[in-house]
Design a protein around this ligand. Structure first.
Ligand SMILES: [Mg+2]
Length: 403
């Protein structure tokens, strides 16, 4: 039996295409106009601001203390009126960048991208990479601004454009290092607020870490999931000792027990620990993911936009992990709701990202972001507005210092 082209398309249900129209259901002139507008898009200007947000209390982890989020806000403008927003959140104890190095990097990126096509994201990021070594947070700010423009040009929330469907999911909330009593009280408060999963910072003296965790488990009861993060603070024997001792406390996993560069140590801890191991500071970009998989150094990855250089590389890490049958978390530094929302779009877009740690602004004294994701009792919901779905309070921007 032979089938004509028309008959074949009809059989597939593509009646409109068979009838000579386009398969998108748009009048062809409107489609042509939209295509022409997207083809013409050009970056006309970039504004960079020092974006400082005070914390309500200092945030202490095993390798340092942060008293404020000293970020950058980036606004990329185009000739079609579409504007992309991005944020860099350098966390000096971890990535070694500062607001000052990020600002210098952002200036160089600005000079390079003005006049370019904002939708050529892969091409632009390949050019940005060699321009600003060791400033992944600055790169992430531009990456997310470009994806914001892409989503707005397409008229779709970013996670839908990236093929995702889960706009609602759980995030944990983090308790930093403090006295045993303060940590137990804070954890109890979070559990009472409805958080189903808590993340607890450890990585100091293993016996003291254990005592704090035991007090937290007693305070929150058996139903709340607890994951821990040692932030490279332990030696290999300390990590093995601590994680074996913590086994009865039902710990979900442990992030970065030993030094980031010590892949053999990570592997040794993983082999002897009853609690699974997640790589965080050992993992920046997709190449690190491959190295860690080859070294059998961890069970899972903690992806952060500020380490990987943004959305594109974060998705690439998830793909590498997926090919190795591994699951991931997306975490954060001390971002505002802008960069947190960008990270949430990544979570929503990838099936093997099954954990979220997107609480970076929980101790922020102000929230200047309009729209974006919302978190109620640990349940995170993404907006259905095009792009990232965020704006910044213009009154707040007026007070910021331009770079
Ligand atoms: Mg971590």
């Amino acid at each position: 039996m032979s089938l004509t082209r028309k008959g074949f398309l009809k059989a597939l249900g593509l009646g409109a295409l068979a009838a000579g129209s386009n398969a998108w259901g748009l009048p062809s002139e409107a489609l042509e106009d939209a295509r022409a507008a997207v083809k013409r898009l050009k970056i006309t200007g970039v504004e960079i601001y020092l974006f400082d947000i005070a914390l309500t209390s200092p945030f202490r982890i095993a390798i340092g203390v942060m008293n404020a989020a000293n970020d950058l806000l980036v606004r990329v403008r185009t000739d079609q009126g579409l504007v992309g927003l991005g944020e860099a959140c350098p966390f000096p104890p971890i990535t070694g960048e500062t607001q000052a190095t990020n600002a210098a990097a952002a200036r160089a990126i600005r000079d390079m991208i003005v006049g370019q096509d904002p939708l050529a994201i892969d091409d632009l990021l390949r050019k940005i990479g060699p321009l600003v070594h060791s400033n992944p947070s600055a790169v992430a700010a531009f990456d997310m601004a470009l994806f914001d423009i892409l989503g707005k040009a397409a008229g779709l929330p970013l996670f839908r454009l990236l093929g995702g469907s889960k706009s609602v999911f759980e995030t944990d909330i983090t308790t930093g290092i403090d006295t045993l009593e303060a940590m137990a009280a804070e954890s109890k408060r979070y559990a009472d607020m409805g958080y189903k999963t808590l993340k607890v910072k450890v990585g100091l003296d293993p016996d003291e870490d254990f005592a704090r965790l035991e007090a937290i488990r007693r305070a929150v009861g058996p139903k709340t999931a607890i994951r821990v993060d040692a932030n490279q603070g332990w030696t290999v024997p300390q990590a093995v000792y601590a994680l074996r001792k913590m086994e009865p406390l039902a710990i979900e996993f442990c992030e970065q027990p030993v030094l980031a560069s010590d892949h053999a140590g990570m592997r040794a801890v993983r082999a002897q620990s009853p609690i699974s191991i997640m790589a965080d500071e050992s993992l920046y970009g997709p190449a690190d993911a491959i190295t860690l998989i080859r070294a059998e150094a961890c069970d899972t990855f903690n992806i952060k936009l500020m380490k990987s250089g943004g959305i594109l590389n974060s998705i690439r890490i998830a793909h590498v992990a997926g090919a190795a049958n591994m699951r991931c978390m997306v975490g954060c530094m001390l971002e505002s709701n802008l960069a947190l929302t960008a990270a949430a779009h990544v979570v929503a877009s990838q099936a093997n990202i099954v954990y979220a740690d997107l609480d970076g602004n929980s101790e922020h004294a102000v929230d200047p972001v309009i729209g974006g994701m919302t978190v109620r009792a640990g349940t995170l919901t993404l907006p259905e507005t095009p792009g990232l779905g965020c704006d910044i309070d213009p009154a707040f921007v007026k007070k910021l210092q331009k770079v």
